[in-house]
Design a protein around this ligand. Structure first.
Ligand SMILES: C[S@@+](CC[C@H](N)C(=O)[O-])C[C@H]1O[C@@H](n2cnc3c(N)ncnc32)[C@H](O)[C@@H]1O
Length: 276
């Protein structure tokens, strides 16, 4: 593990020790406790070989989650493939705010735009058993991953998956939706990006077409029609985008526009309401 960590550090991997440990545990199927208790055992030959191969792929800057196939988010573990964005910890803020807006005793109608792994739609569905949840994505491949995650979590009867552009797939529900959540593509391709992101995560999930705010510019006017009166929307934004995205929400006729910071203090979520 020490050798692997040194190899990863030399390749520029940030959390080299952690990644080396995780890959070794992945190969052995061991918990952290196993690693402490069984560290005297010799490594089976095939495990050593598989570990070495994974470390080489990680040193080539393949994301850890593409090697282990999973990422933890909120209270669950989600399957991850190269077709979907790897769920990020800051996105958990969207779940937190959503749960504050959704009383557990109400059968709310919730729509997640650009669902990817389904991490938002499924986390909300799991926490709010009475909610009816839709997960939408332009990418059919992403929706397949989201469906597999729903089955794994036993939530397949609770979430409908639909393919299409922004809110178009649920046009029959326009005017009735209680809550819309979205973590849309907002990365500027001119920004410096780690090779794990730039070379391995789907461009459709990262980069908006044209300019960095183009998806919000199209999304807010659709939100203003799709929400029920007094319904709410919460979107994630990139660092430095919150004020401009809040202005776009107001320009679309939405009210009670607010922003919330993530754990690093970066304004990360913009919320808005349809007037009553
Ligand atoms: C930043 S990822 C978010 C994935 C997931 N919700 C999360 O938070 O981890 C954005 C998602 O939006 C989808 N997407 C991009 N453009 C879209 C569009 N015009 N309509 C619907 N979905 C879109 C991408 O395929 C991708 O799955």
């Amino acid at each position: 593990m020490r050798e692997a960590a040194a190899r990863l550090r030399a390749a520029g991997v940030r959390a080299a020790e952690w990644d080396a440990e995780l890959l070794l545990r992945h190969v052995l199927g061991w918990s952290r406790a196993d690693l402490v208790a069984r560290s005297g055992e010799p490594l089976p030959a095939d495990a050593a070989e598989r570990f070495g191969a994974l470390v080489e792929r990680r040193a080539a800057r393949v994301p850890l989650q593409h090697l282990t196939g999973v990422q933890a988010f909120w209270r669950h573990e989600f399957l991850v493939t190269p077709e979907v964005l790897i769920p990020r910890p800051e996105t958990e803020l969207l779940v937190e705010r959503s749960l504050e807006l959704l009383p557990a005793t109400n059968p709310a109608l919730v729509v997640d735009v650009g669902t990817g792994t389904g991490c938002l739609a499924l986390s909300i569905a799991a926490e709010r058993p009475l909610a009816r949840v839709f997960g939408l994505d332009l990418s059919p491949a992403a929706l397949q991953v989201a469906r597999r995650n729903a089955v794994r979590l036993g939530l397949e009867a609770r979430v409908d998956w639909r393919q299409g552009d922004l809110l178009a797939p649920v046009d029959e529900l326009h005017g009735q939706i209680d809550l819309i959540v979205s973590n849309p593509p907002y990365v500027d391709p001119a920004d410096p990006l780690e090779p794990e992101v730039r070379d391995h995560e789907p461009a459709l999930a990262l980069f908006p077409p044209g300019e960095p705010l183009s998806v919000y510019r199209r999304l807010w006017p659709q939100v203003a029609i799709a929400l029920r009166p007094d319904g709410r929307a919460l979107v994630e934004v990139g660092a430095g985008q919150a004020d401009a995205v809040a202005d776009l929400a107001r320009a679309a006729g939405l009210v009670e526009v607010e922003t919330w910071p993530d754990l690093q203090g970066i304004p990360r979520v913009v919320g808005a309401a349809r007037p009553r």
